[in-house]
Design a protein around this ligand. Structure first.
Ligand SMILES: Nc1ncnc2c1ncn2[C@@H]1O[C@H](COP(=O)(O)OP(=O)(O)OP(=O)(O)O)[C@@H](O)[C@H]1O
Ligand SMILES: [Mg+2]
Length: 364
């Protein structure tokens, strides 16, 4: 196994926008890191640069203590799994798994041992004599992972390997992949645009937007302490709501002005905002920290229901306040529907504060 680093890595395809900008990231030996971001943000480009499938425009890619910029993919000791499995259609599953080992001139008895072991681990032993077209999507996907495992690489690189499976199978594969990586202890970089996949599987998440690494931290930190308003709204489902507010004061105490309403601040938040000295803020609230009620609430804000969606155990109520929309989770017994006037409230200690100009979080 090996640690892997990006050092000041840039990628310019020369086609207009720069795909990856000044990427710095140290991935520890045996760590499971997820590259998370929307379509076109540079995830696959970053992964392909690690694999050696894409030249870097500048910077260094480092495996262990060795700069591998000039090392071809076959000499990097990596195994990649893509969304498209690229299995050989005419070979059996056994042969698909054995193929990379035959190419590496591994002795026949060793091939048999490794293929059998990987097949057992992935529970595809009973499928070894079949061909890919006789397998379900999930079974094909496990075969593709098996083909990566048998090589016993130093690094696994996954590019949205389960993106097109159905939701139930994806949930199962998340758990299987996580378990497998834990057991094998192989350094893993896993590309996804699905924040749930990243939150559930990764030791650390690298959140990217527009070619720029926004935050690189544990799932819990990314969720609880987002570095900026972009990360805050990208991670978490249903997402955080953002409201434009201004600093003001009420009877000498610091407060937030939100349309025609004022929101009182707890001491800690007031001290934090005073220290930052910003006037215009983006204020975030997660749906489970906001409440809606048809009855007036203490410190409640008058609003109107924009939509109501059943999530299963609870209801997601989106309310409109001036130009802003805010989502709140409510009990399924909540009686309001679209157009009903209601009241929203939240505790200021549960709010997130970002600078309205650059979106950066206001320091604690
Ligand atoms: N071979 C290429 N030539 C020119 N531009 C490219 C090439 N490959 C990717 N790009 C551009 O680089 C940017 C990043 O692409 P990349 O494939 O890394 O995104 P991604 O995050 O993997 O997106 P997706 O989730 O859609 O797969 C995009 O703007 C894309 O159009
Ligand atoms: Mg991609």
């Amino acid at each position: 196994m090996v640690a892997v680093s990006f050092k000041d890595v840039w990628k310019d395809y020369g086609s207009g926008a720069v795909a990856v900008k000044e990427l710095n990231m140290n991935i520890k030996d045996g760590e499971f890191v997820s590259l998370l971001g929307p379509s076109g943000c540079g995830k696959s480009t970053s992964l392909r640069m690690l694999a050696g499938l894409e030249h870097i425009s500048s910077g260094e890619i480092i495996f262990g203590d060795k700069v591998v910029n000039k090392l071809p993919p076959k000499d990097r000791d990596i195994a990649m799994v893509f969304e498209n499995y690229a299995l050989y259609p005419h070979k059996t599953i056994y042969e698909n798994l054995a193929n990379p080992l035959r190419q590496a001139k591994v002795p026949a008895d060793e091939i048999k041992r490794r293929v059998t072991e990987a097949a057992e681990l992935l529970e595809i032993e009973h499928l070894l004599e079949r061909r890919p077209q006789e397998l379900s999507g999930g079974q094909k996907q496990r075969t593709a992972i098996g083909r990566a495992i048998v090589r016993q690489p130093q690094v696994f690189l996954f590019d949205e390997p389960i993106a097109h499976l159905d939701a139930k199978l994806r949930a199962r594969m998340r758990s299987e992949l996580k378990h497998l990586q834990y057991k094998l202890g192989v350094t893993t970089v896993y590309v996804t645009h699905d924040q749930l996949e990243a939150l559930t599987m990764a030791d650390r998440i690298a959140v990217m937007n527009d070619g720029v690494l926004q935050q690189f931290d544990t799932p819990q930190q990314v969720y609880e302490n987002p570095a900026n308003s972009w990360v805050a709204t990208f991670v978490g489902e249903p997402g955080m709501s953002l409201m434009e507010m201004e600093m003001t004061s009420v009877e000498g105490d610091m407060a937030l002005a939100f349309g025609s309403e004022t929101i009182k601040l707890d001491q800690k938040s007031a001290a934090r905002l005073a220290a930052a000295g910003k006037i215009n803020l983006l204020v975030g609230v997660r749906p489970d920290k906001a409440s809606v009620s048809l009855e007036p609430l203490p410190n409640g804000i008058q609003c109107e229901i924009y939509s109501r969606q059943l999530l299963g155990a609870d209801v997601l109520v989106e309310v409109e306040i001036g130009k802003s929309r805010v989502r709140a989770k409510a009990d399924t017994s909540f009686g309001g529907n679209v157009g009903t006037p209601c009241h929203l409230n939240f505790l200021s200690e549960n709010l997130y504060f970002f600078d309205a100009e650059d979106g950066k979080v206001i320091p604690q």
